[in-house]
Design a protein around this ligand. Structure first.
Ligand code: FE2
Ligand code: FE2
Length: 322
């Protein structure tokens, strides 16, 4: 009997039970395994949004590559932005194991049918933004992604292990840049503070809506796609970041931010969820620019895709002839 025949012989209930058992045992669901359609679609949506975020996320920092203040800073920034491209490609490949295809996903991004992280719709106004993005945005990404290394879908979990190692380099290069600027002139310190003031709240929004307003969280937790809720991860990020801000000597733009000894966590102010909804649904400062740029580079790259397909066809032919 082939695997397909065995699967045919099993009832939907048997398959479902087996799927639940794999999840309960903390084992991984692999591409060949049966999975509920809801699980498959949730995974496709999550991985695609993640991939889109990596690719769109190259733009705000890419903006500073030609204006980096030194060769060293340029080399670091180039390496970082290239890493993000790699993360995107890795994740599109992971999404393809679920039966979707990268061309289709790119089309969905360009036509606004799939979202990406709202954070990349804010502008980068000075080189200090490069440091703050590394520190806060990549820092928040690490908080989100480390638990995803144990996500129940095998290809996604494995991709996340390598991605997290690189994100940790991104976070440290950002912090090191800020540390250097904070030891510099008063003007440099002001640039850092201004960037922190602009990026702090959008970074907290990266964890998504509050748990009470996040209808998919419970199901994603039950399927072990997600391991912690949005609010748990946000709190972890705040607790981790406040001492780092103190070490840097920058203020965080929240008068309500205060250590709460009873909770053993920092309390913080209310996030502007109306702004989050506006930016995520397309009306942020740079949404139109980001998507237009992606659409333009996609069409400019058409010849590369055609050349790669022609090369692959030629190699296939040669292999057949041999
Ligand atoms: Fe990344
Ligand atoms: Fe990164």
């Amino acid at each position: 009997m082939t695997a397909a025949q065995i699967a045919d012989a099993l009832s939907e209930e048997d398959l479902e039970r087996h799927f639940e058992q794999v999840i309960a045992r903390d084992q991984r669901i692999e591409p060949r395994d049966w999975m509920p359609e809801g699980y498959r679609n949730t995974m496709i949506r999550q991985i695609a949004q993640h991939a889109h975020s990596e690719i769109i996320g190259m733009q705000p920092e890419g903006n500073w590559i030609t204006r980096a203040p030194s060769l060293r800073r340029k080399a670091i920034l180039l390496a970082k932005v290239q890493d993000e491209a790699g993360h995107g490609l890795y994740l599109y490949s992971a999404a393809e194991t679920l039966g979707t295809d990268r061309t289709d996903l790119t089309e969905r991004l360009i036509t606004g049918r799939q979202k990406y992280s709202s954070i990349f719709n804010y502008p980068t106004l000075s080189f200090a933004d490069v440091g703050v993005i590394g520190w806060l945005v990549d820092g928040a990404a690490i908080c989100n992604q480390v638990p995803l290394c144990r996500s129940s879908y095998g290809p996604y979990a494995r991709a996340m292990i390598r991605i997290c190692k690189e994100e940790s380099f991104h976070q440290r290069q950002g912090y090191e840049l800020l540390m250097t600027m904070m030891k510099g002139t008063a003007e440099q310190r002001e640039l850092v503070q201004d960037a922190v003031n602009r990026w702090w709240w959008p970074s907290l929004m990266m964890f998504g809506p509050p748990d009470a307003d996040s209808p998919n969280t419970a199901r994603s937790m039950a399927w072990k796609i997600k391991r912690h809720t949005n609010d748990e991860l946000r709190q972890r990020f705040v607790d981790m970041t406040v001492p780092q801000a103190e070490a840097l000597g920058v203020g965080l733009p929240d008068p309500e931010l205060k250590w709460n000894p009873a909770r053993g966590h920092y309390d913080f102010g209310e996030i502007d969820w109306a702004e989050f909804k506006r930016v995520v649904s397309g009306d942020g400062p740079c949404n139109a620019e980001r998507v237009a740029h992606r659409a333009r580079t996609h069409s400019e790259g058409a010849w590369v895709r055609e050349a790669a397909a022609a090369h692959a066809a030629k190699q296939r032919k040669e292999a057949e002839a041999a």
